[in-house]
Design a protein around this ligand. Sequence first.
Ligand code: MG
Length: 413
Amino acid sequence: MIKRSVFAIIVAAGSGNRCPGPRAKQFLELQGKPIYIWSVKAFQETPCVDGIIVVGPGDDDDALLEMQTLTKTFPKVIKVVAGGNCRTESVSNGIAALRSNCEISKNDPVLIHDGVRPLITPELISQVADQVSPNSIAIPTTTPTATVKKIVGQTITETINRETTGLAQTPQGVPWALLRKAITHWHNHPGVIITDEGSLFENLPAEKREEITMMNVPGDADNLKITFPKDLNRAEAILSEREKLQKNIPDTSYKPRMATGFGYDVHAFAPNRKLILGGVEIPHPFGLDGHSDADVLIHALVDAILGAIGEGDIGHHFPDHDPAHKNRCSLDFLEKTILLVKQRGFYLEAADITVVAEQPKLKPYIQEIKIRLQQSIALPCQLNIKATTSEGLGFTGRREGIAAYAVATVTAT
Ligand code: MG
């Protein structure tokens, strides 16, 4: 797949006369930072975003200068440019800046964001970018929580099914070529009031809109547009809440001096398969069913080792939908896991494995299995392997499959 570049235009050019104060609302402070800076920060922190254009007020040189200084610490900010007399003119100036400063291809998504939506998250930005294609633009919306009425003059004429309505948010994502087409059309047909990129696109004549879909992306109720002074208080509260959640995330950097992991696995018997346990082929009329060689003993052991080093589970490291793992010898998984143990700065001290099977009897093979596992682990460790039955009870008792349990202990190196 060819890599797409994703660009953002953050529009912070408005005068904000509904939010009275000495300065336009995008410059009011939220937890000590101007409102628009929070948006710049979110786009900076979104991995898929490659470059950001910030559009500031066209009639305030001091404000523009200040924006240029404050955005210097964000490496993805390409340029701060002056806006126009209305939102669309400001977007148009942002587009001009993109054209002259970036290498941008016709299908690259451009995300246009209101600088007064400071609570935008990198997650929503990525979701919008993902939905932009040559044939689709992407708009995040939230469903109104109250009953929605249609009003004509002073009369309510009908109740609108709110499930079929959405409150549009930003960023809105448009492929570069379509955005340029829509803005050129707007320039050539002045006088139309455009409030977002969705309506900029709707303003195009029908034949130019053919085959383009406006994709709805579930928005975020916290992605507030700061319009009135009270919105700032709500934004402060949401930010504090987010900070609190952040602090409660467990410390994943902690490394124990010693740790134990537990593993469990089951595979069903299947005809026309070899029975492989601990890397050893065991004569039996049935083998075990699975994507790899279905070596239930090694799978339980790998899960126990991964558990001990805090590395999730076997499905995460060796997914069973990966064609590379089809009929794969599970000793490979064990060897890769041992490498991971080393990389994480641990040493596998001991493992204890119990295999539960009614048939076949495994005792004669235990020594061979031990040697085979020891060869793959390639470092001295205490290995213990036990075989048991479940006394005729359950699925192992009914000879439908084999289960294995394992614990593994590692120490820090
Ligand atoms: Mg398995």
